[in-house]
Design a protein around this ligand. Structure first.
Ligand code: NDP
Length: 329
């Protein structure tokens, strides 16, 4: 069994040498356990938080421990009445090729559900559900309103924009570079997408939201979030989902905060795992829409567990284009 452990905590930006690979024996399942061969590992921005050593909403990873992560795999041995060899499962088994799991920690997947199984880590998995929870329960978008989402081509942002279009909103995406922006408009159907790396980004934003912004689904934080705050309409709503641009550093979000007061904005942070009761229903809603082609998505795939650290680093440099996955088989 190949495993990747946290070797040491990053100082500032995470680098691939923060991790190390080890080889361990593959165990055999005992009562109510299954042995899973992982096929897909999900890489997500939250992983930077888990290795920081700072107190947060979830248990962190200490040096010497297995890196956490969502996985999709196939049962290769079972001592559980609920699973048999050949079943496909979703679990949080971490950065490893094989996992010995208590049956309670695995969710059986239907390989004939009309979506590829890797989608359970992205568009119909934790990131897609995050999009739904933040948009529908916090932004509560109404037809005709202007919704802005950043990291728009990514796992979460791509779903946010497509759902908001479905609610009849005018949707403006923000993404890094012309290729991502073209994809966001041409493939995902957003009304507009602005390149945050463009020299005239701020002027473009002014032109893109002449009526101001009613809903922001915030994934990036930092300077982009400040520009959005300054353009909020009265009684706007902001779902504060993530601040990926600040994840390697410190906060800079104070100067435009006055907008929250004078415009009586509703800004709410949220953690998708607080809403576990909603997951099955949301996942099913997303699965139907993905299977019918109504919601589209894109994956960035690297092959082999050894490439996971470098691909994680890439998330914080915008090197991924869509949901970042590691293909293990
Ligand atoms: P993405 O697939 O969107 O990948 C991350 C993207 O962030 C990059 O591709 C890049 O896109 C953008 N980015 C990275 N660094 C910067 C930077 N310095 N400035 C601007 N953009 C940057 O990731 P996810 O969809 O998985 O996650 C999106 C956000 O949602 C993250 O903030 C994450 O932490 C958050 N999240 C929150 C959850 C919750 O429960 N609250 C649950 C899941 C995710 P580009 O090239 O377009 O700039």
């Amino acid at each position: 069994n190949q495993q990747i452990l946290l070797d040491h905590r990053p100082q500032g930006a995470v680098t691939a040498d923060c991790f190390r690979m080890i080889e361990t024996p593959i165990g055999q399942p005992e009562s109510a356990e299954i042995l899973v061969r992982n096929h897909w590992l999900s890489l997500d921005p939250y992983m930077r938080g888990r290795i920081s050593g700072e107190k947060s909403y979830a248990q962190g990873v200490d040096p010497g421990q297995l890196m956490v992560g969502g996985t999709v795999g196939q049962v290769i041995a079972s001592a559980s009445g609920r699973f048999k060899e050949g079943d496909w499962v979703l679990s949080a088994s971490g950065w490893q090729t094989h996992a010995l799991l208590p049956e309670k920690q695995a969710l059986k997947l239907d390989p004939d559900g009309g979506v590829p199984l890797s989608a359970y880590l992205g568009v119909i998995g934790m990131p897609g559900i995050t999009a739904w929870v933040g948009l529908m329960t916090i932004c509560e978008p109404k037809a005709g309103e202007t919704v802005v989402v950043d990291a728009a081509s990514g796992a979460v942002g791509s779903v946010v924009g497509q759902l908001a279009k479905g609610e009849g909103c005018r949707v403006v995406g923000i993404a890094g570079g012309p290729d991502k922006c073209r994809y966001v408009v041409d493939e995902l159907g957003f009304d507009l997408c602005l390149d945050h790396r463009a020299a005239d980004f701020v002027e473009q934003l002014d032109r893109a939201v002449p009526q101001g912004v009613d809903c922001v689904f915030e994934n990036v934080g930092g300077a982009i979030f400040e520009e959005l705050l300054a353009r909020m309409n009265p009684f706007g709503r902001i779902a504060l989902c993530g601040m990926v641009s600040e994840i390697n550093g410190s906060l800079h979000t104070y100067t435009r905060m006055r907008s929250i007061l004078v415009n009586r904005l509703k800004l709410q942070g949220f953690i998708v795992s607080d809403h576990m009761k909603l997951w099955p229903e949301i996942r099913e809603q997303l699965r139907t829409r993905v299977a019918s082609g109504q919601i589209r998505y894109r994956e960035s795939i690297v092959e082999g567990l050894t490439n996971a650290p470098q691909a994680l680093v890439g998330l914080f440099e915008g090197r991924n284009f869509g949901k970042q996955l590691v293909k293990l088989v």
